[in-house]
Design a protein around this ligand. Structure first.
Ligand SMILES: NC(=O)c1ccc[n+]([C@@H]2O[C@H](COP(=O)([O-])OP(=O)(O)OC[C@H]3O[C@@H](n4cnc5c(N)ncnc54)[C@H](OP(=O)(O)O)[C@@H]3O)[C@@H](O)[C@H]2O)c1
Length: 265
């Protein structure tokens, strides 16, 4: 039975574990290293506080690294000492940290696959971008895909340099959408609606529009045009949003800033 060891049970680690447990408990074995006591414990999952607590006889097949990128320098050396074996897959969800970095920390023969999930994984509606280097055995790629598929949709890329761009869109993207929801709600309040109604209208509009786009063959541009009558009120709003210094250059700038930050992590 595939044994998956999760290192770090924070926001992302616990979301991943919940999906894996739901999809694979009984078919895969799960252990967790969590320095602080987890808020809730799942049955059939073994919880440890430190790596040293794991009996020497245990060797996981997959080690999932779900600590902050800045914590990896401190975390990896003890894992390298004990688990630097080509038969073990390291699955990293850390933003910005490259396969070359993991090889430098875990040994040249170690195998790392990078995954970039997002927080809708919490409800099984995540979007994960996977990068597996060409030297990773296909069975490991399959396991990583299987694990991440239980958290939502998965897209694989074969050019690692695109990972930061993908992270800047789908990894950080939920935060942009939450901010947009907030802006739309507050604009509604400033336009005279009460907070609860403005919140509901903004949320239902964004989730409904996303669902409509998901169910449509039409491009985003066409869908926008479908609700924009010439000379109408939607067009009046879009003239502001689509101005030279409107939303598009602003979003470009934000995505570039996220990409740049990934390089610094
Ligand atoms: N959140 C997102 O939207 C998102 C999206 C995509 C990818 N990611 C990636 O997911 C990773 C985790 O992010 P997060 O948002 O879940 O951060 P987080 O909530 O801060 O979780 C990190 C966890 O790692 C634990 N940890 C640190 N050192 C450890 C060690 N030596 N052994 C065991 N556990 C250790 C921390 O425990 P303590 O509290 O005890 O320090 C904390 O629970 C990051 O690399 C991030 O880039 C996050």
């Amino acid at each position: 039975m595939t044994h998956v060891l999760l290192v770090g049970c924070g926001k992302m680690g616990s979301a991943l574990l919940a999906n894996w447990h739901k999809a694979y408990a009984g078919r895969m074995q799960f252990s967790v290293i969590s320095r602080t006591a987890p808020r809730s414990r799942l049955d059939k999952v073994t919880y440890y506080t430190n790596l040293a607590d794991i009996p020497a006889s245990i060797t996981p097949d997959v080690i999932v690294l779900a600590v902050k990128p800045q914590q990896l320098d401190a975390v990896l050396p003890e894992y390298a000492k004990r688990f630097s074996k080509p038969a073990i897959l390291f699955l990293s969800v850390a933003a910005g940290k490259t396969v070359e970095y993991f090889k430098s920390q875990l040994g040249a023969k170690s195998h790392t696959i990078r995954a970039m999930p997002n927080t809708p994984a919490t409800i099984g509606r995540g979007m994960t971008v996977l990068f597996a280097p060409s030297d990773v055995p296909s069975v490991m790629h399959k396991t990583a895909t299987e694990l991440m598929s239980s958290c939502g949709d998965v897209a694989s890329i074969d050019d690692e340099s695109l990972m930061d761009a993908a992270a800047a869109i789908s990894g950080s993207g939920p935060a942009y959408v939450f901010y947009f929801l907030d802006c739309l709600t507050q604009a509604g309040v400033r336009a005279g609606l009460d907070q609860a109604l403005a919140h509901k209208l903004a949320l239902r509009t964004v989730s409904g529009a996303a669902a409509l786009a998901s169910n449509s063959e039409e491009s985003f541009e066409q869908l926008r045009q479908n609700v924009t009558s010439p000379g109408g009120m939607t067009e009046a709003a879009l003239q502001i949003l689509m101005a030279d210094k409107g939303l598009e250059p602003l979003i470009d700038e934000a995505v570039q800033a996220a990409k740049l930050r990934a390089k610094q992590l």
